[in-house]
Design a protein around this ligand. Sequence first.
Ligand code: GCU
Length: 680
Amino acid sequence: QVEGLNRMELSTELKGCYEKLLSHIVITDLTLTSHPAAATAVDELKKLAEARFGITPVVASSAELGAGIRLTVSDTSDFNPNEEALLGEEGYRLSATSIGQETGRLTVTGGSPAGLLYGTFHVIRLLLAGEDVSMLQLVERPANPLRLMNQWDNADGSIERGYAGNSIFYEQGRIHADLSRVRDYARLLASVGVNGISINNVNVHAVETTFIQRHMMPEMARIAAIFRAYAIKLYLSVNFASPVELGELRTADPLENDVRNWWAARAEELYAMLPDFGGFLVKADSEHRPGPFTYGRDHADGANMLADALAPHGGIVVWRCFVYNCTQDWRDRSTDRAKAAYDHFTPLDGRFRDNVVLQIKNGPMDFQVREPVSPLLGAMPRTNQIIEFQAAQEYTGQQRHLCYLVPQWKEALSFETYAQGEGSTVSRAVSGQLHNRPLGGIASVSNIGDDAFWTGHPLAQANLYGYGRLAWNPQLTSEEIADEWTKLTFGSSEQARTVIHQMLMSSWPIYESYTAPLGVGWMVTPHTHYGPDVDGYEYSRWGTYHFADRSGIGVNRTTANGTGYTAQYREPHRSGYESVTACPDELLLFFHHVPYEHRLHSGKTIIQHIYDTHFEGAEAAAQLLQAWTGLEGFIDSETYARVQSRHEEQAAHATHWRDVINTYFYRKSGIADERGRKIY
Ligand code: GCU
């Protein structure tokens, strides 16, 4: 309903050109529309023509027709050899001929119906953004084969770490009768190229454990059909102990034949109803979830058992690496949670089946505002890997604070692993390119719920959009993605676009500046993870400490005299992080315990840095609110009001963060702020 006010104004000329194009949709082979994704492509163009231009396109198969959008699959007769090689299955070519004239055409050639759909969405994006398409000539294909969305939705309708209302999938233990919201979501995801979705929380509770049982198949088929129309495969998170918890076997030992047969039978049933089912997502031996360790087996045994069940049907296992000791004793200074994933998984390199892919969080801890990049990424040349991001802003303001995460994700993707010398970026490692792996890609924890704005904070939609765009093409810059999104969402007002672009781009550094300093992380209220509590996790079992005392702060993770975590990196990172002088400022407290008087490369002492960033951060949060207030009247009133209220909260809460953190460190260190500002 907000589209009217926010959409891009078009010049008469451009409008005329678009209308001519949308007057006819020519499908070279009408049987193509029996394929759900191709039918959706036609439907999306019709929707655009009707909603935006008030015209109903003629849909025809005749190639004789004049102007129009021509949709075809794999008809590469007029391609040059280069274009043909580039296309690939999910790719597409967009090619304009004589636009502006009577016979002007835009041809979308998909490598498959899915490619056709992606190409169509690309065209729609261009038309909604008011771009000139007359010279359009491009071929695109996704960099990553797997572009996955992980819902952390529970059958009771709640969402683990959900910040935008309840689930659109479930209510009171059942799948919603009305799945229209799910259809809209599928459309959003497909428009940015997401091609797989797991629809239940990685923590699989009792009701969700039954999702793989025969009686649930019709329900799963109902959901799969919706996603199929958008070329998105359905995945399920499964409980490793299912055979036991469903009361069918006395063991879930992955090497027991009964267990192997049990899973094979479940896979048979699933694929009988869902021939294009994607596979299983598994959180095992992690935070009290069951797994192969119970039976003295390892992660490869567990993952391979499930992989063997799925392989005959073309399914895959996505096995998470978020494995660490969550019952650590804080007095134990030798155990380092950051080391856990690498230590558990690297010895298993080469043992996983080809249809297993390891899903690795971007950092070694847990989606903090700042962490180094996980050293596990790129470290297993004989294993498929994907990187996991968290669009849900668990530790980054919970969609009440603005935090555009694309720049953070870009940093992770462009990180050099040096696994094969220079150019061995995480991006190439996870796409499968670096080690020539058959599978790879990116997954993200979703940030949506049944909220009217989908994501609670309307501007948090930029993270959902940006995630999909980045998974498709990691070369896009954060600015380009912010630009695209603001144009498509708030196209009509240049002022709104400019201000929102700036707000997005400044938001991650702002959030970082008033929360935990210099990569040390945490300092949040236990359990909810919202708001400051500096010692909240300091004496707990979670392995998340800052070790602040009266003389200094930080975690010594050096190999010389710390936990030895730095040894998990290749050179030159290993020495870079090991050295207190070479270590980048923003990660200093992740790697080193230093005195408050230690000078950063910036020239400031640690303590002064903490004071300054927290005063500046709270100030910047107040400016975000002010910037937004200036947009009243330029965007629709509902969006305006929602964002306004979020920024009021952020501004006040940033002040609270500032005062709690500054006061804590002033009291600990006894060192006054050089500038004599108010600290309590
Ligand atoms: C975090 C989060 C949990 C979640 C876990 C995971 O620890 O707080 O709610 O289950 O990550 O990724 O499995």
